[in-house]
Each structure stands twice: as C-alpha cells, then as structure tokens.
Design a protein. Sequence first.
Lengths: 812, 211
Amino acid sequence: MPQASPFPLRVSIALVSAAALGYELLLMRWFSMIQWHHFAFMIISLALLGFGVSGTVLSLFSGWLERHFSVVMIANLLLFAGSSVGALALAQRVPFNAEELLWNWRQSLYLLRVYLLLMCPFFFAANSIGLSFLRYRKGISGIYAADLAGAGFGSFGMVILLFYIFPETAVLVVSLTGVLAAAASWWALNRESSAWLIASIGCGCLLYFFPQAWIHPVYSPYKGLSQALRIPGNRIVFESSSPLGRISILESQITPIRHAPGVSLNASGEIPEQIGVYIDADSLSVINRIDEPRKQDWLDQATSALPFHFRHFDRVLIPGAGTGGEVLRALYHQSGHIDAVELNPAIIGLLEDRFAGFSGDLYHRDNVTIHVADARGFAEGQAAEYDLIQLGLLDSMGSSAGLQALGENYLYTVEALKTFLGRLTPQGVLALSLWTKIPPRDTLKMFATAVQALKDRRVPFPGRQLILIRGWQTSTLIVKNGMITGPEITRTLEFCKDRSFDPVYFPGIHPEQTNRYNKVREDYFFLGSHALLSEHSSAFQRDYKFNIEAARDDKPYFFDFFKWRSLPEIISSLGSGGISLLESGYLILMLTLVQAILASMVLILLPLRVAKKRSGDTPMHKVLAYFFPLGVAFMFLEIALIQKFILFLHHPLYAITATLSTILICAGMGSRWAQRFDSPESRFGAVRYSTAAILSLGLAFALGLNSLLVELVNLSQPVKFLIAALLLAPPGFFMGIPFPLGLSAVAARVPAMVPWAWGINGCASVISAILATLVAIQFGFTLLMFFSLLLYAVAALCFPRFSDIKNVPRGA
Amino acid sequence: MIQEIEQDVRETSQYLDREVLSEAVLEALRKVPRHRFVPEDQLEWAYENRPLPIGYGQTISQPYIVAIMTDLLKLRPGQRVLEIGTGSGYQAAILAEIVDRVFTIEIVEALADGARERIRNLGYEHIQTRKGDGYFGWESEAPFDAIVVTAAASHIPPPLVKQLKAGGRMIIPVGSRFMVQQLLLVQKDSEGLVTTRQILPVRFVPLTGSH
C-alpha cells in the first residue's frame, strides 16, 4: 500500500543525491586533469545516462523491485558507494586516447568501456531515488524535495571540498556519503536486521583502507606533463589542487626547461633558469629565475613587446597575469606601476611564497600590485587610468585544435574590449596577443571583435586606431584609445624588421610591407584585416570558411571557428593533412549529442515496447510529452541563468555554484510546498500557475536582468552573492513544482509509468545539457532562455491529466 | 600507401613548388620498412597513411607528413642532416636513404635505445644517434644542410639556427602528436638572413567568392 516516505529515507535520498551531483562535478574535474576538458564533458554527459538506464530497468522490473524494496534500496546505495571509487579506478586505466578517435576504431570501444564503467554509480544512485518514487507514490513531492535539496548541497559542498582536498580524497568522501545514505535507509527500512548495518560499516572500513595508488590520477601520456616527466632529471616537486585546476610544479635537474613562446628567430639572449607550472597536467607556464629584469633581453623579442616601443607607460594593467611573464616584460621596459590580475590564488601563492626568492620577489616589488580577481570584473570596477592594458597569450598551443571552442570566454568579447578601452587614458593602448594559426582564425576574429568594439564606441574610423603584427608563432593586435601616429608606425616597422616579424595592418600600410619574413602563400592576414575594415566586411565574414564573426557576451565563444559548410571539404581531406582544419570542439559536442540521443531513444523506447505487450495501450505519449520538454526546459533555464550571473559574480565557478545550489535547494522547497496541491483536482492548476510564474520571471530576467546587474556590479562580493540568491530563489522555487506534481499524477493513474517518467527526465537532462551549449553557440544565451520558457509552456499544456483513463493495470 | 601519398601530394603541390614528390623521397618511402618501426600491436596499420602511437606519449608520424617534410628540405646526396627527436627512428631512416650523414638526438632514454638498435639492425651505418638534450644541436658535426625538429618546442633554439648552413632549411611540424597543424619551414639565405614559411599541408582555400 503506497504511503508517505519516512524521514530517514528522505535523508538517505538527500545524501545519495548530494553524493551523485558531487561525483558528477568531481568527474568533470578528474577527466579534465587526465584527459582534456571537452572529452571530459563528453564522457560525463554520457555517464549520466545511468539515470536513463535506471528508469528503463525500474520500468521493466518494477513489480519485483518494489516487493524487495528494502533490500534493493540499501544494496543500491552500497553499490553506489563501491562503484563510485571502483568505476573511476578502472575507467582511468582504459587506454583511451581522444586524439586517435579519428584514426583507430578501437578507441571507440575504449570510450564505450569508459562510459559503461562510469554509468554504474549514477545508475545505482538513480535506482534508489526512482525506486523510492515507485514505493512511496503518495510522498513523491517529499522525495523529490530531498533529491533536489541534496543535489543543491552536493554541488556547493563539492566545490568547497575541492578547495581543501585533492580529488583522490574527495572521491572517498563521495563514496562514504553513499555508505551513510545506506545506513540512513537501513534505519528507515530494515532496523530489525543488523546484516545491512554491518555491510554498511564494512564498506566504510574498506574505504579507509582503500589503496590510494589505485585512485591516483593516471594522466594521458600525450599531456604535456606526462611528456616532460619522461625527460631524465625532471620531477614534480609540489602539487596543489582546487576547483580551478590541479597545479603541478616541475623542476628540472638535468635538462633545463626553456619556455619562451613567440620569441623571434633573431633572438640570441639566454633564457634564464625556469620552473615549470602545469595546470591539469598541461598548459605549461613558467616561473623565471630573475634578479634583474632589465638584463633579460629575450623579453623584448616577442610580438607582445611592441607597445613598449611607442612610449613609456606610467600605469599598466595585466589581466590574467599568471606566473608573471607579462609583468616581467613590463618591468624590462621600466613601466611605472603595474596592476597584475590573476584569478587563481594558488598561482599567486607560488610567486608570493614558495618561489618568491626564485622569481626575484616579482610579486612583492613596490611597483607591482597583485589582485586576486577575475580580469573582466576587476576592469569593470576601475577608473580610466591605464596607459597600457596588456593581454598576453591565454593558453598553450592546445587551443589550436579547437578544443577551447566550447569554453565561454568573457575576455575576448566586444563588450570586454569596450570595457578595457574605457579604462584607458587618452592615447592609452590595449594590446592583445594570440597564437598564430594557418589559415588565420583567432587573429582575424580578434580583429573583427576590436573593429566592432570601436564601432560600438562610435569611433568614426576604427582603422586609424589599430595595428596588427605577426611573428612565426604569435600575433599582437594594438587597439589605441586615439589615432595611431606617424612615429608609432615608424617604430612598428623598425620593431618588426629587427625581429623578422611582419606588419599585417596599420593605417596606410602597403601590400609590399607585409608577408616578408614569415611567408604564407596567400596572405589572408593582410587581406582579412583590410576586408574587415571595409564595407565588404559582412560579405568577407560570410564567405570565409571559418567563423570569424565578433564574439559577444551573449555568445561568448571566441574560440569557436566552426562552420558547417566547411565540414565536407575538411572531412574529405582528413588523410592528407586536413585534420588540422577540423575545429574538433564543436564536432565533439555534436558527437556527444548524437550518442546521447541514440542511447536515450533505446532507453525510452525499450520499456515502451515491453509495457505495451504487458498492459495494452497505456497513454505513454502523454507521459513523454510532459516529462521530456520539462526535463529539457529545467536544464536550459538553469544553464541560461548560470550564464547571466557569470559576469555579475566575476567567476564562472562562483556563478555555477551559486546558481546551481540556489535553484536546486529552492526547487526542493517548491517541491515540498507542492505537496499541498497533490490531489487530482489541484495538480493541473498548480502546474499552470507555477509555469506562469516561471514564464513571467524568465521573461523579466531575459529582458531586464542584465541592466539590473550592471547597476549592482560594484557592490561587495558577499552582498552580490546574497542578491544572486534572492533573485534566483523565486524561479528556483517554481521550477521545483511541475515535476513532482506530474509524477504524482502518473503515480495515481498509471503507477507502472513512474520509473519510465523518471528515466525520461534523466535522458532529457543529459540531452539538454549538451544541446544547451550548441544552442548558446549558435543563437546565444538569451535565445536559450526563451527556448526554455517555450518548453515550459509546452510541458504545461501537455500535463498528463489522464481524464480519458479509468483503470490502468500495474505494469509488472 | 605510396599511391595514396602521391595523390595527396599532387593536390597540395602548390606548397612544394612541384607537381610530384621528388623521386628520391618516393624511393625512400618505398624502401624503408615502416613495419620495423612500429610496435607489435600496431603492425596491422604499419602501411596505412596515419600516425601510430609508439609508447612514451610519442608517435611515428603520418607517412604523408614525413614525405612532405622530407621533400620540403630539398635534400641531395652528400648532404648532412640533423634531426632533433629520433622517436622510432623512421624519419631518420627516410633521411638516410637520401643523404650521406644523418645525426639524430633523442632525449627519452627508452626511445633512444630502441631507435639505435632498430637503426643498427637495419644496417643504417651512416645514421649517428645520441641520447640527450637537442637544444644545443650537435656542434661538433655542424653545420648542417638541413635540420628536422620533431620534438615540440615553444621556441626555435638559437643554436640550431646557428648550426644551419647558409642556404639551409629547417622543418618543424607544429601541433599535437596526432594532428600536425602546419609545417614551419625555416630558411637561411646565403647572407644568413632567416625567414620562415608557414605551410598548411593540405589544399584548402579559406575563402569563397572574390574579395
């Protein structure tokens, strides 16, 4: 007989839900370390289909599982605890190499093995939640509330945890939380038998003795750190970890590290002793042993040294200062005061403490002030007082493979450049350096973004404020807050000649002044920069085979260069070197989506066939028509809201944590509140009203939130967190109502469909998380929000009232 | 494999300044037994036009890329070539089929040992191998007519530029182990002026229409 769920069971649900969401975040971190971020996204997305598999299994065996509820529940929680550690230990040892996917079919099998392994913990967690829905059909809102609240605390808790412990310890915490969930279930369901308590305690003890070596990250052999460690005498001397990345410090005792990207071929100066700093086992940057920056002539041999040849700068801002390469360059050129901004406090800590002496107290100098902040946010809060804003190279050459394509970047947008330009003194200079790719992509896209920023600032002749140069490896774009002068052009030409760099653009440039030292067959750098300044700019961008349209805050994907119409040509030339043209980030996302859709179709359709055989024509389309759009809408709105708060909270991590935890916890409250409407007469009305509230709030956010947040951007960080929570709480609250009421409606009339609806929700969440990124890249986040509202409306219209159904037999 | 490479080269001939690969490069590709340079578990793909893993996070390059890189060096018998990053030794063997002396340096011990043995077993007596850091080149044997830098470098070591003869060529593949994005050809003219050419190893015109 269905009954309300006991409180300890809801505690158990909250614990396993917290552990599962924490585990998801942990896996993203883990696979970003051992593989690359976008493959991590693909792997974790597919692993989350464990929720969909659970729905299918529960649908197929609901009768037996419900009869053995107590045992199955506790067993699933213990299996979650065990598999969260075991699956990870095994999955990271699968010799999957993402780069070989296009060459070697075996890699697909390896990938499948990783998916299947990592699906296990999510499958067991979802089983315990779905089974509880089935067992306590009158208490669905309470269980869902516990599920959401647990997930909210889990996301928040894991981010906090990762600041203090390494991921390999965090995975044990996840597992232990699973054991605690099992113990809570034992208390709720099976107190008379001590066997399960003993099993839980046993699992907990096993975790204590679990060999750490089994869950130490196993990095891909193709990552920079793995390769560096093969060189005799190289060793890791220090590691730290946070949600921002795992930092590994590499010291070399035999073969010096010599990292000086973009340095001219004419440079002859010695590079000083260096210590390697790897983030997530890749993205090498270095700490230089410097006593006197003025003696380091190599610092003047990169394209980014150009602005210093215009004049002396009294105040310099260096966003993304990292280990101090650009700070050193500014010191070499005897700049006045330098404000260096770095997001990751662990990196600053290295230069302020452990390697302060080695770096010549770089970050302790009187004329250097270091700020732990997001560069964009920092700039928003500053006055117009900088003579130079210098943005160095953002990442290693890894970006060239298009793997950054899916990462939002709020430094390289029209709005960001406008902010930086607004912080310059009259005649001040903004300098942006990028890796050079052939055919040009980043360089031209940055040029287009700068031209648009100047146009937005109502500059009548943007071309008179721009200079672009390129070397064999890097290019630097100068955007001046004033007209480029004759002497500045002369110095640019001298600078380039001395270093064998090529001017690409300056006011009045002639074709014969370009493409002399670093020759390309067709100079699309020169051609493109001129076209982008002409009236043919739109036509050029349309006809160019890469996406070089200016990036904006609403579509902050600077590194997405993919165009569908170029794909057939690129695919046809894969064997003959065309692989370099493949902007793989976007394709990986598409591949992930296709896999998720195919797997979801199987998971959703399989129970449908079996159920039809068992119980005749049940109104399954009604269940699907409600739960699928609802699942997609929830995720779309969540992701769109996260994006809205990134710029306000000045950090993606803060925005994700604040948004996710607020929405999930408030949705849990909403779900709990929805219990009072859990009757056949009230459910539809409550769903209609809550949907109306979501639509109203969503519309208000889509149209007015940005303007409101701009007004509040200069408040202190804790106040801004509070404001974010207050703003997000109402939509979160209402977002928690439609799902449990829909599920209750199903439970009341077609109980066998409850797990199926749960599975649909799982599949929809996975598909929508991937689809949301694709929608954002193609159409922007504002449209993503509108799509989510449309789907909420569709779901509300399809609410499963089953008015035409009298009695539907139980499925199993 | 050879026919496939020839076909691809015809399509990208604009970069090579000729319609076909030089006969010497083609002959070298035909002669060098690639299967002797790949690990056992990769043997079935030894003659396919694709990069293969050789362990230690390294690869044996795609034959098409090896062919283009070698051709771009415009090698002749009697010349001396330096290679930084021996890897499996395949590129060194291809070079040794064309020139008189090849000097190759590998920093990863296991790879260096394996390549040395392989090269010896195949009878390439005019390839000299060395274990160690390639940054300073091989000064005692300098200058070189050509240099191949297959090991990743964030910048081009000045000693290598110095050890390149006037009129010499240096080739550097840029990108990851499995995805060469472009080839950097460094040329030193008779007066010692150094220029580069950035070469996309594929026929691709990035623009449609007329601009």
